[in-house]
Design a protein around this ligand. Structure first.
Ligand SMILES: N=CN[C@@H](CCC(=O)O)C(=O)O
Ligand SMILES: [Zn+2]
Length: 391
Protein backbone atom coordinates (compact mmCIF):
# COMPACT_ATOMS: atom_id res chain seq x y z
CA UNK A 1 0.00 0.00 0.00
CA UNK A 2 2.96 2.34 0.42
CA UNK A 3 3.75 2.11 -3.29
CA UNK A 4 2.05 4.94 -5.20
CA UNK A 5 3.61 5.21 -8.66
CA UNK A 6 4.46 8.79 -9.64
CA UNK A 7 6.03 10.53 -12.62
CA UNK A 8 7.63 13.95 -12.23
CA UNK A 9 7.11 16.24 -15.20
CA UNK A 10 4.52 14.19 -17.03
CA UNK A 11 1.79 14.42 -19.66
CA UNK A 12 -1.68 12.88 -19.57
CA UNK A 13 -3.94 12.51 -22.60
CA UNK A 14 -7.70 12.18 -22.11
CA UNK A 15 -10.17 11.76 -24.95
CA UNK A 16 -13.91 12.02 -24.50
CA UNK A 17 -14.56 10.40 -21.09
CA UNK A 18 -11.49 8.14 -21.05
CA UNK A 19 -7.80 8.24 -20.21
CA UNK A 20 -5.84 7.49 -23.40
CA UNK A 21 -2.24 7.45 -22.23
CA UNK A 22 0.39 9.20 -20.12
CA UNK A 23 4.15 9.32 -19.70
CA UNK A 24 7.26 11.34 -18.91
CA UNK A 25 7.47 14.68 -20.74
CA UNK A 26 10.28 13.51 -23.05
CA UNK A 27 7.80 11.03 -24.56
CA UNK A 28 5.00 13.58 -25.00
CA UNK A 29 3.21 13.49 -28.37
CA UNK A 30 3.55 16.74 -30.35
CA UNK A 31 1.04 19.10 -28.76
CA UNK A 32 0.32 20.64 -32.15
CA UNK A 33 -0.96 17.22 -33.30
CA UNK A 34 -3.50 17.00 -30.49
CA UNK A 35 -6.81 18.75 -30.96
CA UNK A 36 -8.76 20.04 -28.01
CA UNK A 37 -7.96 21.71 -24.72
CA UNK A 38 -4.47 21.65 -23.26
CA UNK A 39 -3.99 22.33 -19.57
CA UNK A 40 -0.61 23.41 -18.23
CA UNK A 41 -0.17 21.76 -14.82
CA UNK A 42 3.30 23.11 -14.07
CA UNK A 43 3.94 22.91 -10.33
CA UNK A 44 0.68 21.04 -9.73
CA UNK A 45 -0.14 17.38 -9.21
CA UNK A 46 -2.64 15.24 -11.09
CA UNK A 47 -4.25 12.42 -9.11
CA UNK A 48 -7.09 9.99 -9.71
CA UNK A 49 -10.33 11.26 -8.17
CA UNK A 50 -11.31 10.02 -4.73
CA UNK A 51 -13.50 6.89 -4.63
CA UNK A 52 -15.80 7.26 -1.63
CA UNK A 53 -17.26 3.81 -0.92
CA UNK A 54 -19.46 4.63 2.10
CA UNK A 55 -22.03 7.42 2.36
CA UNK A 56 -25.57 8.23 3.46
CA UNK A 57 -26.12 11.45 1.49
CA UNK A 58 -29.88 11.03 1.02
CA UNK A 59 -31.45 12.54 4.12
CA UNK A 60 -34.10 15.14 4.93
CA UNK A 61 -32.36 17.29 7.55
CA UNK A 62 -29.07 17.87 9.31
CA UNK A 63 -28.97 17.06 13.04
CA UNK A 64 -26.93 19.88 14.51
CA UNK A 65 -29.15 19.91 17.64
CA UNK A 66 -27.63 16.49 18.47
CA UNK A 67 -24.21 17.99 17.90
CA UNK A 68 -24.90 20.34 20.80
CA UNK A 69 -25.90 17.34 22.99
CA UNK A 70 -22.57 15.77 22.04
CA UNK A 71 -20.69 18.94 22.90
CA UNK A 72 -22.41 18.81 26.29
CA UNK A 73 -21.16 15.27 26.82
CA UNK A 74 -23.81 12.81 25.60
CA UNK A 75 -22.61 9.81 23.60
CA UNK A 76 -23.90 8.67 20.21
CA UNK A 77 -25.63 5.70 21.88
CA UNK A 78 -27.28 7.87 24.57
CA UNK A 79 -28.67 10.19 21.90
CA UNK A 80 -29.97 7.20 19.92
CA UNK A 81 -31.61 5.72 23.04
CA UNK A 82 -33.55 9.00 23.54
CA UNK A 83 -35.08 8.71 20.03
CA UNK A 84 -32.42 10.86 18.40
CA UNK A 85 -29.96 9.49 15.88
CA UNK A 86 -31.14 7.29 13.03
CA UNK A 87 -34.77 7.29 14.25
CA UNK A 88 -34.78 11.10 14.24
CA UNK A 89 -33.61 11.04 10.60
CA UNK A 90 -36.26 8.42 9.76
CA UNK A 91 -39.07 10.63 11.15
CA UNK A 92 -37.84 13.60 9.10
CA UNK A 93 -37.39 11.51 5.96
CA UNK A 94 -40.94 10.16 6.14
CA UNK A 95 -42.23 13.74 5.79
CA UNK A 96 -40.00 14.67 2.84
CA UNK A 97 -41.00 14.28 -0.80
CA UNK A 98 -38.92 12.34 -3.28
CA UNK A 99 -38.17 15.58 -5.14
CA UNK A 100 -36.96 17.34 -1.97
CA UNK A 101 -34.72 14.40 -1.10
CA UNK A 102 -33.32 14.31 -4.62
CA UNK A 103 -32.59 18.04 -4.70
CA UNK A 104 -30.78 18.12 -1.35
CA UNK A 105 -28.76 14.97 -2.13
CA UNK A 106 -27.92 16.38 -5.57
CA UNK A 107 -26.42 19.48 -3.92
CA UNK A 108 -24.34 17.29 -1.60
CA UNK A 109 -23.16 15.24 -4.56
CA UNK A 110 -22.12 18.39 -6.45
CA UNK A 111 -20.12 19.68 -3.51
CA UNK A 112 -18.41 16.30 -3.10
CA UNK A 113 -17.42 16.29 -6.78
CA UNK A 114 -16.00 19.80 -6.36
CA UNK A 115 -13.84 18.37 -3.56
CA UNK A 116 -12.53 15.70 -5.94
CA UNK A 117 -14.82 12.70 -5.49
CA UNK A 118 -15.14 10.76 -8.73
CA UNK A 119 -17.14 7.67 -7.63
CA UNK A 120 -19.56 7.19 -4.73
CA UNK A 121 -21.61 4.62 -2.85
CA UNK A 122 -24.90 5.76 -1.26
CA UNK A 123 -27.04 3.87 1.28
CA UNK A 124 -30.71 3.87 2.17
CA UNK A 125 -31.51 3.27 5.86
CA UNK A 126 -33.39 6.37 6.98
CA UNK A 127 -36.66 4.89 5.71
CA UNK A 128 -37.24 1.87 7.95
CA UNK A 129 -40.66 1.27 6.35
CA UNK A 130 -41.17 -0.35 2.96
CA UNK A 131 -42.56 2.88 1.54
CA UNK A 132 -39.75 5.09 2.80
CA UNK A 133 -36.92 2.66 2.03
CA UNK A 134 -38.19 2.37 -1.56
CA UNK A 135 -38.50 6.16 -1.71
CA UNK A 136 -34.85 6.55 -0.70
CA UNK A 137 -33.69 3.90 -3.16
CA UNK A 138 -35.62 5.53 -6.01
CA UNK A 139 -33.85 8.81 -5.16
CA UNK A 140 -30.51 6.99 -5.31
CA UNK A 141 -31.51 5.42 -8.63
CA UNK A 142 -32.25 8.90 -10.03
CA UNK A 143 -28.92 10.19 -8.67
CA UNK A 144 -27.23 7.28 -10.46
CA UNK A 145 -28.98 8.13 -13.71
CA UNK A 146 -28.25 11.86 -13.59
CA UNK A 147 -24.83 11.86 -11.94
CA UNK A 148 -21.69 12.41 -13.99
CA UNK A 149 -19.79 10.02 -11.69
CA UNK A 150 -20.46 6.30 -11.09
CA UNK A 151 -22.69 5.58 -8.09
CA UNK A 152 -23.45 2.28 -6.31
CA UNK A 153 -26.66 1.84 -4.28
CA UNK A 154 -26.88 -0.03 -0.99
CA UNK A 155 -30.05 -1.17 0.80
CA UNK A 156 -29.71 -0.58 4.56
CA UNK A 157 -33.19 -1.43 5.83
CA UNK A 158 -31.48 -2.97 8.89
CA UNK A 159 -30.07 0.36 10.09
CA UNK A 160 -32.17 0.57 13.27
CA UNK A 161 -35.20 -1.20 14.72
CA UNK A 162 -38.30 1.01 14.22
CA UNK A 163 -40.10 1.70 17.54
CA UNK A 164 -43.25 -0.06 16.31
CA UNK A 165 -41.27 -3.34 16.27
CA UNK A 166 -39.67 -2.86 19.68
CA UNK A 167 -41.22 -6.05 21.01
CA UNK A 168 -41.06 -8.04 17.80
CA UNK A 169 -37.65 -7.89 16.16
CA UNK A 170 -38.42 -10.96 14.06
CA UNK A 171 -41.37 -9.18 12.44
CA UNK A 172 -39.17 -6.30 11.25
CA UNK A 173 -36.57 -8.70 9.89
CA UNK A 174 -39.34 -10.58 8.12
CA UNK A 175 -40.58 -7.27 6.63
CA UNK A 176 -37.07 -6.57 5.33
CA UNK A 177 -36.69 -10.03 3.83
CA UNK A 178 -40.20 -10.78 2.60
CA UNK A 179 -41.52 -7.37 1.60
CA UNK A 180 -38.70 -4.86 1.06
CA UNK A 181 -36.18 -7.12 -0.69
CA UNK A 182 -38.54 -8.54 -3.34
CA UNK A 183 -39.71 -5.01 -4.22
CA UNK A 184 -36.10 -3.75 -4.39
CA UNK A 185 -35.02 -6.67 -6.57
CA UNK A 186 -38.03 -6.26 -8.88
CA UNK A 187 -37.13 -2.64 -9.63
CA UNK A 188 -33.38 -3.24 -9.55
CA UNK A 189 -32.91 -0.58 -6.87
CA UNK A 190 -29.79 -1.80 -5.03
CA UNK A 191 -26.39 -3.30 -5.72
CA UNK A 192 -25.59 -4.19 -2.11
CA UNK A 193 -27.28 -5.04 1.17
CA UNK A 194 -25.95 -3.59 4.44
CA UNK A 195 -26.72 -4.22 8.12
CA UNK A 196 -25.74 -2.15 11.18
CA UNK A 197 -24.34 -5.12 13.12
CA UNK A 198 -23.89 -3.56 16.53
CA UNK A 199 -24.83 -3.74 20.19
CA UNK A 200 -28.31 -2.18 20.43
CA UNK A 201 -28.96 -2.52 16.70
CA UNK A 202 -28.70 -5.94 14.92
CA UNK A 203 -26.97 -9.12 16.15
CA UNK A 204 -24.55 -11.21 14.05
CA UNK A 205 -27.23 -13.92 13.72
CA UNK A 206 -29.77 -11.39 12.44
CA UNK A 207 -27.11 -9.91 10.17
CA UNK A 208 -26.38 -13.33 8.63
CA UNK A 209 -30.08 -13.97 8.02
CA UNK A 210 -30.53 -10.58 6.34
CA UNK A 211 -27.44 -10.65 4.11
CA UNK A 212 -28.12 -14.24 3.05
CA UNK A 213 -31.62 -13.16 1.97
CA UNK A 214 -30.01 -10.16 0.23
CA UNK A 215 -27.71 -12.52 -1.68
CA UNK A 216 -30.75 -14.51 -2.87
CA UNK A 217 -32.06 -11.22 -4.28
CA UNK A 218 -28.79 -10.45 -6.07
CA UNK A 219 -27.35 -8.05 -3.50
CA UNK A 220 -23.85 -8.67 -2.13
CA UNK A 221 -23.13 -7.75 1.48
CA UNK A 222 -21.48 -4.67 2.94
CA UNK A 223 -21.55 -4.47 6.74
CA UNK A 224 -21.46 -1.68 9.35
CA UNK A 225 -19.21 -3.57 11.74
CA UNK A 226 -17.51 -3.02 15.09
CA UNK A 227 -18.18 0.70 15.38
CA UNK A 228 -19.31 0.89 19.01
CA UNK A 229 -17.99 -2.45 20.28
CA UNK A 230 -16.62 -5.86 19.27
CA UNK A 231 -19.88 -6.79 17.56
CA UNK A 232 -18.98 -9.90 15.56
CA UNK A 233 -19.77 -7.88 12.45
CA UNK A 234 -16.39 -8.46 10.82
CA UNK A 235 -16.62 -12.23 11.23
CA UNK A 236 -20.19 -12.44 9.96
CA UNK A 237 -19.31 -10.20 7.01
CA UNK A 238 -16.32 -12.34 6.02
CA UNK A 239 -18.31 -15.57 6.47
CA UNK A 240 -20.92 -14.21 4.07
CA UNK A 241 -18.50 -12.96 1.42
CA UNK A 242 -19.07 -9.26 2.13
CA UNK A 243 -17.45 -6.86 -0.33
CA UNK A 244 -16.46 -4.72 2.62
CA UNK A 245 -16.78 -4.43 6.39
CA UNK A 246 -16.88 -0.79 7.39
CA UNK A 247 -15.98 1.22 10.54
CA UNK A 248 -13.78 -1.20 12.61
CA UNK A 249 -13.18 1.21 15.47
CA UNK A 250 -13.11 -1.99 17.56
CA UNK A 251 -10.82 -4.34 15.70
CA UNK A 252 -8.43 -6.79 17.36
CA UNK A 253 -6.55 -9.95 16.49
CA UNK A 254 -9.72 -12.00 15.96
CA UNK A 255 -11.09 -9.53 13.41
CA UNK A 256 -7.75 -9.27 11.61
CA UNK A 257 -7.41 -13.07 11.48
CA UNK A 258 -10.93 -13.33 10.02
CA UNK A 259 -10.07 -10.80 7.29
CA UNK A 260 -6.83 -12.54 6.29
CA UNK A 261 -7.37 -14.81 3.31
CA UNK A 262 -10.74 -13.25 2.50
CA UNK A 263 -11.71 -10.88 -0.33
CA UNK A 264 -13.48 -8.53 2.10
CA UNK A 265 -12.10 -4.98 2.17
CA UNK A 266 -11.66 -3.41 5.64
CA UNK A 267 -13.03 0.11 5.20
CA UNK A 268 -12.14 2.80 7.73
CA UNK A 269 -14.10 6.01 8.30
CA UNK A 270 -11.83 8.24 10.39
CA UNK A 271 -13.95 11.39 10.12
CA UNK A 272 -16.73 9.48 11.93
CA UNK A 273 -14.36 8.41 14.73
CA UNK A 274 -13.17 12.04 14.88
CA UNK A 275 -16.68 13.53 15.02
CA UNK A 276 -18.18 11.24 17.66
CA UNK A 277 -14.98 10.67 19.62
CA UNK A 278 -14.45 6.96 19.04
CA UNK A 279 -11.08 5.21 19.04
CA UNK A 280 -9.47 5.36 15.60
CA UNK A 281 -9.33 2.01 13.76
CA UNK A 282 -5.96 0.19 13.78
CA UNK A 283 -4.93 0.90 10.20
CA UNK A 284 -1.28 0.01 10.78
CA UNK A 285 -2.09 -3.38 12.34
CA UNK A 286 -4.38 -4.18 9.40
CA UNK A 287 -1.68 -3.29 6.88
CA UNK A 288 1.01 -5.14 8.83
CA UNK A 289 -1.21 -8.21 8.55
CA UNK A 290 -1.00 -7.81 4.77
CA UNK A 291 -4.52 -6.43 4.40
CA UNK A 292 -5.60 -3.65 2.04
CA UNK A 293 -7.25 -0.72 3.80
CA UNK A 294 -9.98 1.45 2.28
CA UNK A 295 -10.85 4.99 3.40
CA UNK A 296 -14.29 6.58 2.95
CA UNK A 297 -16.26 9.51 4.39
CA UNK A 298 -19.47 7.98 5.86
CA UNK A 299 -21.13 11.34 5.04
CA UNK A 300 -24.39 11.35 7.08
CA UNK A 301 -26.28 13.85 9.26
CA UNK A 302 -25.52 12.14 12.58
CA UNK A 303 -22.02 10.77 12.93
CA UNK A 304 -20.19 12.47 10.02
CA UNK A 305 -21.65 15.60 8.44
CA UNK A 306 -18.81 15.88 5.92
CA UNK A 307 -18.12 14.53 2.45
CA UNK A 308 -14.53 15.76 2.36
CA UNK A 309 -12.15 12.96 1.30
CA UNK A 310 -9.08 15.17 1.61
CA UNK A 311 -9.87 15.60 5.31
CA UNK A 312 -10.32 11.81 5.60
CA UNK A 313 -6.84 11.37 4.08
CA UNK A 314 -5.42 13.92 6.55
CA UNK A 315 -7.01 12.15 9.52
CA UNK A 316 -5.73 8.80 8.25
CA UNK A 317 -2.18 10.15 8.39
CA UNK A 318 -2.51 12.22 11.56
CA UNK A 319 -4.60 9.85 13.69
CA UNK A 320 -3.97 6.41 12.17
CA UNK A 321 -0.34 6.91 11.17
CA UNK A 322 -0.86 6.03 7.54
CA UNK A 323 1.76 7.33 5.13
CA UNK A 324 0.43 9.80 2.54
CA UNK A 325 0.96 7.19 -0.20
CA UNK A 326 -0.95 4.56 1.80
CA UNK A 327 -3.80 6.94 2.55
CA UNK A 328 -4.11 8.03 -1.09
CA UNK A 329 -4.16 4.42 -2.32
CA UNK A 330 -6.80 3.65 0.33
CA UNK A 331 -8.93 6.60 -0.81
CA UNK A 332 -8.67 5.86 -4.54
CA UNK A 333 -7.99 2.38 -5.94
CA UNK A 334 -9.01 0.53 -2.77
CA UNK A 335 -12.21 2.59 -2.54
CA UNK A 336 -12.91 1.63 -6.14
CA UNK A 337 -12.44 -2.04 -5.22
CA UNK A 338 -14.86 -1.66 -2.28
CA UNK A 339 -17.50 -0.65 -4.87
CA UNK A 340 -16.38 -3.23 -7.49
CA UNK A 341 -15.41 -0.33 -9.76
CA UNK A 342 -11.66 -0.98 -9.88
CA UNK A 343 -11.82 -1.65 -13.64
CA UNK A 344 -13.25 1.86 -14.23
CA UNK A 345 -11.89 4.35 -11.67
CA UNK A 346 -9.37 4.70 -8.83
CA UNK A 347 -6.14 5.05 -10.81
CA UNK A 348 -4.69 6.77 -13.86
CA UNK A 349 -4.62 3.98 -16.45
CA UNK A 350 -5.39 3.93 -20.18
CA UNK A 351 -9.03 3.02 -20.72
CA UNK A 352 -10.22 4.15 -17.31
CA UNK A 353 -12.70 6.97 -16.77
CA UNK A 354 -11.08 10.42 -17.20
CA UNK A 355 -11.85 11.52 -13.62
CA UNK A 356 -8.83 13.29 -12.14
CA UNK A 357 -7.95 15.96 -9.62
CA UNK A 358 -5.61 18.80 -10.57
CA UNK A 359 -4.17 20.34 -7.43
CA UNK A 360 -3.11 23.91 -6.87
CA UNK A 361 0.66 24.37 -7.08
CA UNK A 362 1.89 22.32 -4.09
CA UNK A 363 5.40 21.39 -3.00
CA UNK A 364 4.90 17.63 -2.59
CA UNK A 365 2.44 14.76 -2.24
CA UNK A 366 2.78 14.91 1.55
CA UNK A 367 1.44 18.48 1.45
CA UNK A 368 -2.05 17.10 0.62
CA UNK A 369 -2.71 15.45 4.03
CA UNK A 370 -0.38 17.85 5.85
CA UNK A 371 -2.32 20.99 4.93
CA UNK A 372 -5.48 19.80 6.69
CA UNK A 373 -8.40 22.17 6.26
CA UNK A 374 -6.91 23.71 3.12
CA UNK A 375 -8.61 22.75 -0.14
CA UNK A 376 -5.70 21.79 -2.39
CA UNK A 377 -7.98 20.94 -5.32
CA UNK A 378 -7.80 23.53 -8.10
CA UNK A 379 -9.79 21.72 -10.80
CA UNK A 380 -11.64 18.44 -11.03
CA UNK A 381 -11.86 16.74 -14.40
CA UNK A 382 -14.93 14.51 -14.72
CA UNK A 383 -15.47 12.43 -17.85
CA UNK A 384 -12.69 14.42 -19.55
CA UNK A 385 -14.22 17.83 -18.83
CA UNK A 386 -13.29 20.43 -16.24
CA UNK A 387 -15.96 20.44 -13.54
CA UNK A 388 -17.15 23.93 -12.53
CA UNK A 389 -15.50 25.02 -9.32
CA UNK A 390 -16.86 28.23 -7.86
CA UNK A 391 -14.09 30.31 -6.26
N1 LIG B 1 -23.51 3.65 12.25
C1 LIG B 1 -24.50 3.64 11.58
N2 LIG B 1 -24.80 4.48 10.59
C2 LIG B 1 -24.19 5.73 10.35
C3 LIG B 1 -24.70 6.80 11.24
C4 LIG B 1 -26.08 7.08 10.99
C5 LIG B 1 -26.63 8.23 11.75
O1 LIG B 1 -26.24 8.52 12.90
O2 LIG B 1 -27.52 8.84 11.15
C6 LIG B 1 -22.69 5.58 10.44
O3 LIG B 1 -22.17 4.83 9.63
O4 LIG B 1 -22.03 6.21 11.26
ZN1 LIG C 1 -22.40 4.48 7.64
Amino acid sequence: MAHLPQIDNAWLHMKRDRIVDFGAMDTCPKLADIKGKKIDCTGKMVLPCWCDSHSHIVFAAYREEEFIYKVKGMTYEEIAAKGGGILNSARRLAEATEEELFQSAWKRLQSMIRLGTGALEIKSGYGLTTESELKMLRVIKRLKAESPIPIKATFLGAHSLPPAYKNDRAAYISLIINEMMPAIARDNLADYCDVFCERGFFTPEETAEIVQAGARHGMKAKIHANQLDYSGGVQVGVANGAISVDHLEHCGEGEIAALQGSNTMPTLLPSCAFFINLPFPPARALMQAGLPVTLATDYNPGSTPSGNMQFVVSLACIKMKMLPEEAINAATINGARAMELEHLVGSIEPGKRANVIITKPIPSLAYIPYAFGEDVVEEVVINGRIWGKAR
